[in-house]
Structures are given as structure tokens and as C-alpha cells.
Design a protein around this ligand. Structure first.
Ligand code: MLT
Length: 262
């Protein structure tokens, strides 16, 4: 079985103006990009998949590294024979995205990074991951996911779009506990990519929600300042999950960015 099948890869749309590979955040799955795929599919071949251990992909033995995630992304690009795709990642998908760029930026046309960071985990963040694993073992994955996902969205979104919020929450609560713990440890053990940022040559768009408490706008601005050919936009009325919370703004920003490329 091909890796793209194992990781439930979906290919949507037509390649009139290129292809885009989307990398989702934690503890979500490829559905977090639905609004962007719907918006871009008439012009772009949109590729989404469930990162190892999340969504409907199998957790296997639950032993993941960010390097395995990067290997997976590069393998899927090769299996689908994507020619110079645009890479688009959010948060954990951004950690993975930066690492993939560090390994092979020449195979991409451009990059879009949302609500993410290039620094590796601080000691405090590492201890928080360890507490996450402890909580999942003691109380179960649902309890952990409830707390985590709540922090990902702005209060406004949770109140005004309660139904949509619950769809994402309930989907994440169904995550496999081994897979979620594996992802926590993969993020905990990842390398930092800050020193690589000045070497990014391809056009890069960075987006961050005004109310993102997990990867705050000021930190993303510092990342953008280090990337030579970059554009940085703050997404109004959004927390950490900008593509879900303000799809109109994010879709337009992506469309404008992609239009400027060719
Ligand atoms: C994500 O949205 O992928 C997570 O917030 C990443 C993290 O926990 O560092």
C-alpha cells in the first residue's frame, strides 16, 4: 500500500495554476483546510492528508519524530508526482513545513505558514508536552483534547460559531491516544529552524491570528523578519486556527499571494 493511501491523502481540484500541499495542525486532521480547498480547487490541485497518528491515519506503534513527518510529506509529493507545489502548513504543520523546506526548498514554488514558529520547544513547553502525555494516560485523550482545542480558538469564535467549533472539537476528541501522544513527543523532540530562516529563497506568506495565544503575532513577525522574500499579515478576528476562524481573510490573502507568483 502506498504511503499516500495509508495517510488518507485526498486530491481535489484541477491543476490550472499549480498544486498545493496542505499540512494540518495538532490535534486536528486534514478537514481543517476544507474552506481553503473549496475556494482554491477550481485553479489548483489541492492535496491534503492526515499526518501520522491523527485523523484517520493509523497510529502504528505511536513512535513518531518530526523527521518521519518530513519524510512522509516528501514521499507523498513524490508518489503524486507533484511538480513544484506550494507548501501550506499551520502550527505543527508549520514546524513540519519549515523542516521540509530546510531539507528541500528547491522542490517548492512558494510557502504559506500560518500560526506557527521556527523555535524548538522551550524547557517549559517540553514539560507541558510531558504533562499532556501524563494527562492522557491518567484521564484519557478526550479530556486532554478538550482543554487543548479550547485554547486554539478565540472566545469570539467559540461563542459565535459554537456549532462549527463543536464539529472540530468532537472530531479531535475521537483521536487515537497513542497517535496524540506520539505527536506530542515528535513536537517535543523537533529541532529548531530559526537559523535556516534567512536561507529561505522562495516567496513566503506568513499569517497569524490577532488573538493567537499559542504562537502570538509578535513572535511570527520575528520569524517573517528573518525570511528575505516574505510577506506577513495579521488575520483579524481569529485565534490560532486562522483558516477556520476567518476563512474569508485567509482565502483572499492566499489568493493574492499566489496571483503575485506567476
Ligand atoms: C498546533 O496547532 O499544531 C499546536 O498548537 C502545535 C503545538 O502544540 O505546538
Amino acid at each position: 500500500m502506498k504511503l499516500s493511501e495509508k495517510l488518507i491523502t485526498k486530491v481535489t481540484g484541477v491543476n490550472k495554476r499549480g498544486s498545493i500541499i496542505f499540512l494540518h495542525g495538532f490535534p486536528f486532521d486534514q478537514n481543517m483546510w476544507n474552506a481553503q480547498v473549496e475556494f482554491l480547487k477550481d485553479d489548483f490541485l489541492c492535496v491534503t492528508y492526515d499526518i501520522r497518528g491523527l485523523g484517520k491515519s493509523s497510529p502504528g506503534d505511536g513512535q513518531f519524530t518530526m523527521e518521519m513527518f518530513a519524510d512522509d510529506c516528501l514521499t507523498i509529493i513524490a508518489e503524486l508526482e507533484l511538480e513544484k507545489p506550494v507548501l501550506c502548513g499551520l502550527s505543527m504543520g508549520g514546524y513540519l513545513g519549515f523542516r521540509v523546506l530546510e531539507r528541500a526548498q528547491e522542490i517548492f514554488t512558494a510557502a504559506i505558514l500560518c500560526d506557527t514558529r521556527a523555535e524548538s520547544d522551550s524547557d517549559a513547553a517540553k514539560l507541558k508536552r510531558a504533562n499532556g502525555v501524563r494527562q492522557i494516560n491518567a484521564e484519557g485523550v478526550e479530556k486532554f483534547v478538550e482543554g487543548f482545542v479550547s485554547n486554539c480558538f478565540s472566545e469570539k469564535f467559540k461563542t459565535e460559531h459554537a456549532e462549527e467549533y463543536n464539529v472540530y472539537l468532537e472530531r479531535s476528541k475521537k483521536s487515537n491516544s497513542l497517535g496524540v501522544k506520539g505527536c506530542l513527543l515528535a513536537m517535543q523532540g523537533r529541532t529548531g529552524t530559526t537559523l535556516f530562516l534567512p536561507q529561505i529563497k522562495i516567496p513566503t506568506l506568513l499569517l497569524c491570528g490577532t488573538e493567537d495565544n499559542l504562537t502570538p503575532p509578535a513572535e511570527m513577525k520575528e520569524v517573517a523578519d528573518k525570511i528575505p522574500n516574505s510577506k506577513y499579515l495579521v488575520v483579524p478576528e481569529a485565534g490560532h486556527m486562522t483558516p477556520i476562524e476567518n476563512p474569508e481573510f485567509v482565502n483572499k490573502a492566499i489568493k493574492d499571494f499566489l496571483s503575485g507568483l506567476r
